[in-house]
Design a protein around this ligand. Structure first.
Ligand code: FUC
Length: 337
């Protein structure tokens, strides 16, 4: 079932869409930024909020939130993650994208898809379809890009996100959901959550988190999540995880790639996707004035996506969409509680 609520006082076009399934899971999405603002599970002890978010638009536009902007729950584009110095070569020409993160381009620029008002349409009982036209030159990206993101909540306790896009010029593309999970309902940080990632390698980064083009084996490193372990088990070696894991997804086949479990709540989540990468970010830099529960390590982002800086890396085969192509991916989060 999908219900519509107000989300902003002044803008009638911005709404809150409340998706509920027959088992009592509730997902709230606003068409501002295509943000998943809330996801609750009906535990015996009561409703448990398991994602970081706010319940009004003004909180998402607040200066102190945007200062060290953590992109809570938003759909990120046109290019999630970093592009080295914001430069991309297309057909022999270099285009310069906004360098909104130090010297580099991050998450679509100053006004990415996370700050747009998407068109919303309810499709059937359980699907919310959000559409956006990103014009030629939008944040200096080439081509008119048509996007659809569908959120679906089914009775198998899965929240699915379907991404699709076309573009009339060759453009960089990398879409993701920047949802942060915390199964303790904000009672604790995420360091005691257990995580398993089906990945043998991460992308090696330079000190500015730009890939070097090399792959690093996770074996004997803090990045080895092949067997489930607590996030804090080896985090001291790295301080914070902010790395792209290489997934064993091939082509368009959906594959289970990760699992998160929290012992006290007994909640677990399986993540399945056909994206080639997963950015694990443990949220060390989350810091929002006036919101104590949103501090460092208060949320865990598992961003299924393409590789950072792929348009500039010979070793990485994706990162662009060409005219006539359809970019299509999906990620599914399945809950057990
Ligand atoms: C993730 C990270 C970035 C950034 C952002 C808010 O995507 O890779 O470092 O902090 O989230």
């Amino acid at each position: 079932m999908i219900q519509i609520q107000a989300f902003a006082h002044k803008d009638n076009h911005i709404k809150h869409f409340v998706l509920t399934n027959n088992n009592g899971i509730c997902a709230k999405i606003t068409n501002y930024g295509a943000i998943l603002t809330s996801l609750t599970l009906p535990l015996e002890s009561g409703e448990r909020e398991i994602v970081l978010g706010f319940d009004s638009l003004k909180d998402y536009k607040n200066k102190s939130y945007l200062k060290d902007y953590p992109y809570f729950g938003a759909i990120i584009g046109r290019y999630a993650n970093r592009i080295n110095q914001g430069k991309v070569r297309i057909d022999g020409k270099t285009i310069q994208l906004p360098t909104n993160h130090g010297k580099h381009h991050l998450h679509g620029g100053y006004s990415g898809f996370d700050k747009r008002t998407w068109d919303a349409e309810i499709v059937g009982k359980s699907r919310l379809q959000l559409s956006l036209l990103s014009m030629d030159g939008d944040e200096d990206f080439p081509g008119n890009m048509k996007l659809t993101v569908i959120y679906e909540l089914n009775d198998e306790n899965e929240l699915a996100i379907y991404y699709s896009a076309t573009c009339d010029k060759t453009s960089p593309i990398n879409l993701t959901s920047h949802t942060y999970f915390n199964f303790t309902g904000g009672e604790e940080n995420i360091l005691n959550h257990e995580l398993q990632i089906d990945s043998d390698q991460i992308l090696e980064n330079n000190t500015e988190l730009i890939p070097t083009g090399k792959y690093l084996d996770v074996k004997h490193t803090a990045f080895d999540f092949r067997a489930q372990k607590k996030i804090n088990q080896d985090i001291k070696a790295v301080e914070n995880y902010d790395n792209c894991f290489v997934l064993k997804t091939e082509g368009k086949t959906l594959k289970k790639v990760a699992e998160v479990y929290e012992e006290k709540s007994n909640i677990s989540m399986e993540v399945s996707t056909d994206f080639p990468g997963l950015q694990l970010y443990t949220g060390m830099f989350i810091n929002i004035e006036g919101h104590k529960k949103f501090g460092p390590f208060s949320g865990l982002a598992l961003e299924t996506q393409g590789y950072p800086d792929a348009p500039n890396q010979e070793n990485f085969s994706h990162g662009f969409i060409h005219p006539g192509e359809v970019y299509q991916h999906q990620t599914r989060y399945k809950f057990h509680f």
